[in-house]
Design a protein around this ligand. Structure first.
Ligand code: ZN
Length: 149
């Protein structure tokens, strides 16, 4: 558990110092904004889909470290995936963050497993899942996502 916590800290720090795919896209095909009023997190996600594949993705916003690290890892992991693959991964991540995923079973989580610990931190779960909810909102062109809706 100590190793796991150390890795978690390292990943959060690394992604906050060097967020991946941070910014906006010039001509996104899909876009959504996400809010988590409980923490004050606010992020936007831009997507450029080529056919069914996520060719480009970018995020930006004002958020806490957990939200930013989750968004940064999300963009790195879903880039190049099909919409269907990204959708499946999102549902696995949401299940993991809320303690509903059995990590001993085959899954696509990979290094995102560093976020498994948030299930024990109810106030931080929403910070970790906000980027993923926003990604789903972008796919469905809903425009906005909120952890409170
Ligand atoms: Zn937060």
């Amino acid at each position: 558990m100590a190793d796991y916590k150390a890795l978690y800290q390292e990943v959060i720090l690394d992604h906050n110092k060097k967020p991946r795919n941070y910014g906006t896209l010039e001509h996104p095909s899909h876009h959504a904004e996400g809010h988590n009023p409980l923490c004050g997190d606010h992020i936007s996600v831009d997507l450029q889909l080529g056919g069914d594949t996520i060719d480009q993705i970018a995020f930006r916003g004002e958020s806490c470290a957990i939200c930013k690290a989750s968004a940064s890892m999300m963009t790195a992991v879903v880039k190049g995936k099909t919409r269907e693959e990204a959708d499946a991964l999102t549902h696995e991540f949401l299940a993991m963050a809320t303690g509903k995923l059995d990590l001993s079973q085959p899954n696509q989580i990979g290094r995102l497993a560093v976020f498994a610990g948030v299930r024990d931190l109810p106030t931080r779960v929403k910070c970790a899942i906000l980027p993923w909810h926003t990604l789903l909102a972008a796919f469905h062109s809903q425009g906005t996502a909120s952890t409170e809706s």
